[in-house]
Design a protein around this ligand. Structure first.
Ligand SMILES: Cc1cc2nc3c(=O)[nH]c(=O)nc-3n(C[C@H](O)[C@H](O)[C@H](O)COP(=O)(O)O)c2cc1C
Length: 468
């Protein structure tokens, strides 16, 4: 039944048949192969622009030019493989942010995901709109979303088309201070409704739907359902896509995910000044112990990078890891990477997520129904007690009335009438409840036995001593 299936995700004039965005993974982890496979299966595939030129042999001669060339080539490769939706993820903090943005716009990708900084100043909105490209900022709070939307409204007379809200369980660089990561108030479950509320007014004033996409630690189909129920229209997942055949990283990078245990997943302070989540290894232990591992800096690729004082070049470390050289670098990962236990195809992964989603949906309905029935039974039981008590009181009063009529006639008469009215009112409610039980029996045939017993008790009560 279509009702139980994952809903599609509509952003502006684009429709993804699945509400799943594959998160951009920089320095060559999500390139054309992964992105096109996800897009071909109905999700949104994302090529990460950050450090993409490191896959080119001449990166160390001209890093900027290599990034531009590689990004263009990866977008074109992905487009050749599928007509599905392809996005590009660009770090606002990248020194060549504007050039990468230009390439993505020229190549008319479906969506631009912009994170690691607020995409506010110098955004070529007119050019983006003319190329029919969607803009999707990545934020870590409702406040950041509001700031972006207010700035855009004031300066561009426009607003972004969707927002990704990335919580503290995500992989890669994180938009939180290290000491905020464990704060329950920063949980994605809290952030999603905050971001939904922050952009609500803009949906009204710009007369458009602005979906919120939840990211960070989303692992199963059940998780997807949970975040959609919290008000998100889609989810962004990265860690699960690393463990796929189509992920662009070396198999050794993927195997590091399979091998890692919860205690191996650590928070590092990246040379960019942001915390990041990664799999602990010798390289990171050495860096933590102050061993400097900087060979050369191709060009200052990230704005905030302080290579003079850094223990290593983050781009080179990530590039080495991408190539499987994990002793000369490290793998970024999400908090749930330790739960990954096999490498599957993108199609298999999406199938299992769909299956889990549907199973969770049905389980939710069953639980809901049980709770509903329980609450109804409780209400009926309470009503039954009230009715029986009222009727008893009325009977008692009628006996007393006979005995002591002369003495306390007036007050007894009043009590008697009141009890009589109450009993009559309850009788009416009781009869309505009986009808309701009969309707419930039709809707919940598997509960018929219990409901029938309840109905028989009600009928017997009513027949035993009808209230006149
Ligand atoms: C290996 C790796 C590299 C990542 N690189 C980037 C990146 O370059 N830019 C970015 O915005 N997010 C990056 N992320 C974050 C993901 O896009 C995504 O939002 C996040 O990891 C989702 O959480 P999950 O991994 O638990 O599914 C990266 C994540 C991983 C695991």
């Amino acid at each position: 039944m279509i009702f139980f299936k994952m809903p599609k995700l509509t952003i502006g004039n684009r429709n993804a048949s699945l509400p799943i965005v594959q998160g951009g993974m920089g320095v060559g982890i999500s390139l054309a192969k992964l992105a096109s496979s996800v897009a071909a299966q109905g999700g949104i595939g994302v090529i990460a622009a950050n450090g993409v030129g490191m896959i080119e042999p001449d990166y160390y001669e001209d890093g900027r030019a290599a990034n531009i060339k590689a990004l263009r080539s990866e977008i074109r490769k992905a487009r050749k493989k599928t007509s599905g939706l392809i996005g590009v993820n660009i770090m606002v903090a990248a020194n060549d942010f504007q050039q990468l943005l230009d390439v993505a716009i020229e190549e008319k990708v479906d969506a631009l995901f912009m994170g690691a900084g607020l995409p506010i100043r110098n955004i070529p909105v007119a050019k983006i709109r003319a190329a029919n490209v969607l803009v999707i900022p990545i934020v870590s709070s409702g406040r950041a979303a509001e700031l972006i939307f207010k700035y855009w409204e004031k300066n561009y007379g426009d607003v972004p088309d969707a927002v990704v809200v990335e919580g503290p369980l995500a992989g890669g660089h994180l938009g939180f201070k290290a000491d905020q990561l464990e704060n329950p108030e920063q949980a994605l479950e809290i952030l999603v409704p905050q971001v939904v509320a922050a952009i609500n007014g803009f949906q009204e004033s710009f007369h458009k739907k602005i979906p919120v996409i939840a990211a960070g630690g989303i692992f199963s189909g059940e998780d997807i359902l949970r975040f959609l129920q919290l008000g998100a229209q889609g989810v962004q997942m990265a860690t699960r896509f690393v463990a796929t055949d189509e992920c662009d990283a070396d198999p050794r990078f993927k195997e590091a995910y399979l091998a890692c245990r919860p205690q191996d997943i650590v928070i590092i302070k990246s040379p960019v000044g942001l915390p990041g989540r990664a799999i602990r290894n010798h390289f990171l232990d050495n860096a933590a112990a102050g061993v400097r591992n900087v060979n050369r800096c191709a060009w200052r690729c990230l704005d905030q990078c302080d290579i003079k004082h850094a223990d290593y070049c983050i781009s080179a470390a990530l590039d080495n890891a991408r190539q499987g050289l994990l002793d000369q670098g490290f793998a970024f990962c999400g908090a749930n990477a330790h739960r990954v236990d096999k490498i599957v195809s993108v199609a298999e992964l999406l199938e299992s997520l769909k299956y889990e989603y549907e199973a969770a949906f049905i389980q939710n309905l069953v639980t809901l129904k049980d709770e509903y029935l329980k609450s109804i039974e409780k209400k009926f039981a309470g009503l039954r007690q009230d009715y029986l008590q009222a009727r008893q009181r009325w009977i008692n009063l009628s006996h007393e009335a006979g005995k002591a009529w002369e003495v306390r006639r007036d007050s007894l008469r009043e009590d008697y009438d009141r009890a009589h009215r109450l009993a009559n009112m309850l009788k009416h409610e009781y009869e309505t409840a009986l009808e309701k039980i009969n309707v419930l029996m039709e809707h919940f045939p598997e509960k018929k036995g219990e409901l029938q017993t309840l109905a028989q008790r009600f009928q017997a009560d009513l027949a035993m001593n009808p209230v006149g």
